[in-house]
Design a protein around this ligand. Structure first.
Ligand SMILES: CC(C)(COP(=O)(O)OP(=O)(O)OC[C@H]1O[C@@H](n2cnc3c(N)ncnc32)[C@H](O)[C@@H]1OP(=O)(O)O)[C@@H](O)C(=O)NCCC(=O)NCCS
Length: 169
Protein backbone atom coordinates (compact mmCIF):
# COMPACT_ATOMS: atom_id res chain seq x y z
CA UNK A 1 0.00 0.00 0.00
CA UNK A 2 1.42 3.48 -0.82
CA UNK A 3 2.47 5.60 2.18
CA UNK A 4 0.38 8.59 1.12
CA UNK A 5 -2.70 9.38 -0.88
CA UNK A 6 -4.15 12.59 -2.25
CA UNK A 7 -7.93 12.88 -2.19
CA UNK A 8 -10.68 15.48 -2.40
CA UNK A 9 -11.40 17.24 0.90
CA UNK A 10 -14.35 15.66 2.72
CA UNK A 11 -16.17 16.17 6.02
CA UNK A 12 -14.29 13.28 7.67
CA UNK A 13 -10.86 14.85 7.18
CA UNK A 14 -9.19 16.19 10.35
CA UNK A 15 -7.63 19.58 9.79
CA UNK A 16 -7.27 20.98 13.32
CA UNK A 17 -3.65 19.89 13.83
CA UNK A 18 -2.43 21.14 10.45
CA UNK A 19 0.63 23.41 10.78
CA UNK A 20 2.64 24.50 7.73
CA UNK A 21 4.27 27.40 9.56
CA UNK A 22 2.21 30.03 7.74
CA UNK A 23 -0.81 31.08 9.76
CA UNK A 24 -2.79 32.28 6.75
CA UNK A 25 -2.51 28.92 4.98
CA UNK A 26 -3.32 26.96 8.17
CA UNK A 27 -6.36 29.14 8.90
CA UNK A 28 -7.64 28.91 5.34
CA UNK A 29 -7.63 25.10 5.45
CA UNK A 30 -9.36 25.01 8.84
CA UNK A 31 -11.91 27.80 8.38
CA UNK A 32 -12.55 28.41 4.69
CA UNK A 33 -11.65 25.34 2.60
CA UNK A 34 -14.98 23.61 3.31
CA UNK A 35 -16.98 26.71 2.35
CA UNK A 36 -14.96 27.18 -0.83
CA UNK A 37 -15.73 23.57 -1.76
CA UNK A 38 -19.43 23.94 -0.97
CA UNK A 39 -19.80 27.18 -2.93
CA UNK A 40 -17.86 25.88 -5.96
CA UNK A 41 -15.16 28.51 -5.49
CA UNK A 42 -12.34 25.97 -5.35
CA UNK A 43 -11.61 22.28 -5.29
CA UNK A 44 -9.42 21.28 -2.40
CA UNK A 45 -7.23 18.15 -2.39
CA UNK A 46 -5.62 16.84 0.77
CA UNK A 47 -2.65 14.62 1.52
CA UNK A 48 -3.37 11.84 4.02
CA UNK A 49 -2.02 8.47 5.05
CA UNK A 50 -4.33 5.95 3.33
CA UNK A 51 -7.39 5.27 5.46
CA UNK A 52 -6.51 7.91 8.06
CA UNK A 53 -8.31 11.26 8.45
CA UNK A 54 -5.41 13.54 9.55
CA UNK A 55 -4.45 16.05 6.83
CA UNK A 56 -0.69 16.57 6.20
CA UNK A 57 -0.85 18.74 3.10
CA UNK A 58 -3.24 20.36 0.68
CA UNK A 59 -3.71 22.38 -2.45
CA UNK A 60 -6.65 24.27 -3.92
CA UNK A 61 -7.44 24.93 -7.58
CA UNK A 62 -9.89 27.24 -9.38
CA UNK A 63 -10.31 29.03 -12.68
CA UNK A 64 -8.80 32.45 -13.27
CA UNK A 65 -8.33 35.08 -15.93
CA UNK A 66 -4.98 36.28 -17.19
CA UNK A 67 -4.61 39.84 -18.46
CA UNK A 68 -2.70 39.92 -21.74
CA UNK A 69 -0.66 42.93 -20.53
CA UNK A 70 0.56 41.01 -17.49
CA UNK A 71 2.39 38.43 -19.62
CA UNK A 72 6.08 38.94 -20.42
CA UNK A 73 6.43 40.04 -24.07
CA UNK A 74 7.91 36.76 -25.23
CA UNK A 75 5.02 34.73 -23.74
CA UNK A 76 2.37 37.17 -25.03
CA UNK A 77 3.59 36.76 -28.62
CA UNK A 78 0.90 35.18 -30.78
CA UNK A 79 -1.87 35.50 -28.17
CA UNK A 80 -4.94 37.73 -28.75
CA UNK A 81 -4.29 41.12 -27.13
CA UNK A 82 -7.93 42.14 -26.69
CA UNK A 83 -9.15 38.99 -25.12
CA UNK A 84 -9.07 37.68 -21.56
CA UNK A 85 -6.78 34.67 -21.48
CA UNK A 86 -8.11 31.64 -19.58
CA UNK A 87 -6.00 30.20 -16.79
CA UNK A 88 -6.13 27.77 -13.90
CA UNK A 89 -5.21 29.03 -10.43
CA UNK A 90 -3.25 27.01 -7.91
CA UNK A 91 -4.60 29.02 -5.00
CA UNK A 92 -2.70 27.39 -2.18
CA UNK A 93 -0.19 24.63 -1.61
CA UNK A 94 1.16 23.63 1.80
CA UNK A 95 2.75 20.71 3.64
CA UNK A 96 2.71 20.15 7.41
CA UNK A 97 6.01 20.99 9.12
CA UNK A 98 6.27 17.48 10.60
CA UNK A 99 6.68 15.90 7.15
CA UNK A 100 8.64 18.57 5.23
CA UNK A 101 11.50 17.81 2.89
CA UNK A 102 10.29 14.32 1.88
CA UNK A 103 9.07 15.22 -1.58
CA UNK A 104 5.45 15.66 -0.50
CA UNK A 105 5.26 19.23 -1.82
CA UNK A 106 6.40 17.84 -5.16
CA UNK A 107 3.80 15.05 -4.95
CA UNK A 108 1.00 17.60 -4.37
CA UNK A 109 2.25 19.86 -7.16
CA UNK A 110 2.53 16.91 -9.57
CA UNK A 111 -1.03 15.85 -8.69
CA UNK A 112 -2.27 19.39 -9.42
CA UNK A 113 -0.37 19.50 -12.73
CA UNK A 114 -1.89 16.17 -13.81
CA UNK A 115 -5.38 17.41 -12.93
CA UNK A 116 -4.89 20.69 -14.84
CA UNK A 117 -3.39 18.86 -17.83
CA UNK A 118 -6.42 16.54 -17.97
CA UNK A 119 -8.82 19.49 -17.66
CA UNK A 120 -7.04 21.31 -20.49
CA UNK A 121 -8.23 18.54 -22.82
CA UNK A 122 -11.83 19.59 -21.99
CA UNK A 123 -11.62 23.40 -21.69
CA UNK A 124 -9.13 26.05 -22.79
CA UNK A 125 -6.40 26.74 -20.24
CA UNK A 126 -3.42 28.81 -21.36
CA UNK A 127 -1.34 28.68 -18.17
CA UNK A 128 -1.30 27.67 -14.52
CA UNK A 129 -1.13 30.72 -12.25
CA UNK A 130 0.04 31.06 -8.64
CA UNK A 131 -0.06 34.03 -6.26
CA UNK A 132 2.82 33.39 -3.87
CA UNK A 133 2.17 34.44 -0.30
CA UNK A 134 5.69 35.79 0.28
CA UNK A 135 9.18 35.82 -1.21
CA UNK A 136 9.93 32.36 0.18
CA UNK A 137 6.89 30.88 -1.58
CA UNK A 138 7.81 32.74 -4.80
CA UNK A 139 11.32 31.21 -4.59
CA UNK A 140 9.74 27.75 -4.27
CA UNK A 141 7.63 28.27 -7.39
CA UNK A 142 10.57 29.68 -9.38
CA UNK A 143 12.57 26.62 -8.34
CA UNK A 144 9.75 24.52 -9.84
CA UNK A 145 9.95 26.37 -13.18
CA UNK A 146 7.22 29.02 -12.79
CA UNK A 147 7.96 32.39 -14.44
CA UNK A 148 6.99 35.75 -12.92
CA UNK A 149 4.37 37.93 -14.62
CA UNK A 150 5.68 41.29 -15.83
CA UNK A 151 6.24 43.63 -12.84
CA UNK A 152 4.70 41.31 -10.22
CA UNK A 153 7.39 38.93 -8.95
CA UNK A 154 5.03 37.15 -6.53
CA UNK A 155 2.53 36.36 -9.28
CA UNK A 156 3.88 33.55 -11.41
CA UNK A 157 2.72 31.22 -14.15
CA UNK A 158 3.60 28.02 -15.92
CA UNK A 159 2.59 27.87 -19.60
CA UNK A 160 0.26 24.97 -20.42
CA UNK A 161 2.80 23.43 -22.81
CA UNK A 162 5.16 23.03 -19.84
CA UNK A 163 2.39 21.84 -17.48
CA UNK A 164 1.63 19.04 -19.97
CA UNK A 165 5.28 18.07 -20.25
CA UNK A 166 5.76 17.95 -16.47
CA UNK A 167 2.49 16.10 -15.92
CA UNK A 168 3.44 13.51 -18.50
CA UNK A 169 6.88 12.89 -16.98
C1 LIG B 1 6.69 24.98 -0.17
C2 LIG B 1 6.32 23.62 0.45
C3 LIG B 1 4.93 23.21 -0.01
C4 LIG B 1 7.36 22.56 -0.01
O1 LIG B 1 6.99 21.31 0.55
P1 LIG B 1 8.06 20.16 0.90
O2 LIG B 1 7.30 18.87 1.07
O3 LIG B 1 8.93 20.58 2.02
O4 LIG B 1 8.91 20.15 -0.43
P2 LIG B 1 9.60 18.92 -1.16
O5 LIG B 1 10.24 18.01 -0.14
O6 LIG B 1 8.62 18.29 -2.10
O7 LIG B 1 10.74 19.68 -1.96
C5 LIG B 1 10.54 20.06 -3.26
C6 LIG B 1 11.69 20.87 -3.80
O8 LIG B 1 11.42 22.25 -3.52
C7 LIG B 1 12.54 22.83 -2.86
N1 LIG B 1 12.03 23.84 -1.93
C8 LIG B 1 11.26 23.66 -0.86
N2 LIG B 1 10.96 24.86 -0.29
C9 LIG B 1 11.60 25.80 -1.03
C10 LIG B 1 11.70 27.23 -0.97
N3 LIG B 1 11.09 27.94 -0.03
N4 LIG B 1 12.42 27.88 -1.93
C11 LIG B 1 13.05 27.19 -2.93
N5 LIG B 1 12.98 25.83 -3.04
C12 LIG B 1 12.27 25.16 -2.10
C13 LIG B 1 13.24 21.66 -2.20
O9 LIG B 1 14.59 21.95 -1.96
C14 LIG B 1 13.07 20.57 -3.24
O10 LIG B 1 14.00 20.79 -4.28
P3 LIG B 1 14.42 19.65 -5.35
O11 LIG B 1 13.18 19.30 -6.14
O12 LIG B 1 15.45 20.34 -6.20
O13 LIG B 1 14.94 18.51 -4.53
C15 LIG B 1 6.41 23.68 2.00
O14 LIG B 1 7.68 24.14 2.37
C16 LIG B 1 5.34 24.56 2.66
O15 LIG B 1 4.25 24.12 2.93
N6 LIG B 1 5.69 25.84 2.92
C17 LIG B 1 4.76 26.72 3.62
C18 LIG B 1 3.60 27.11 2.75
C19 LIG B 1 4.01 27.84 1.49
O16 LIG B 1 4.83 28.75 1.51
N7 LIG B 1 3.46 27.42 0.34
C20 LIG B 1 3.82 27.97 -0.94
C21 LIG B 1 2.68 28.44 -1.71
S1 LIG B 1 1.57 29.65 -1.03
Amino acid sequence: MPAWSIERLGKHHERDAFDCGKQLLDAWLKQFAGQHEKKDLARVYVLVRPGQPRVYGYYAISNCQIAYESLPAQRAKGLPGRQIIPGALLGRLAVDRSVRGQGLGDALLFDALKRIAALSEEIGIQALVVHALDDDAAAYYRHKGFEPFANTPRHLFLPMTIVRKLAGG
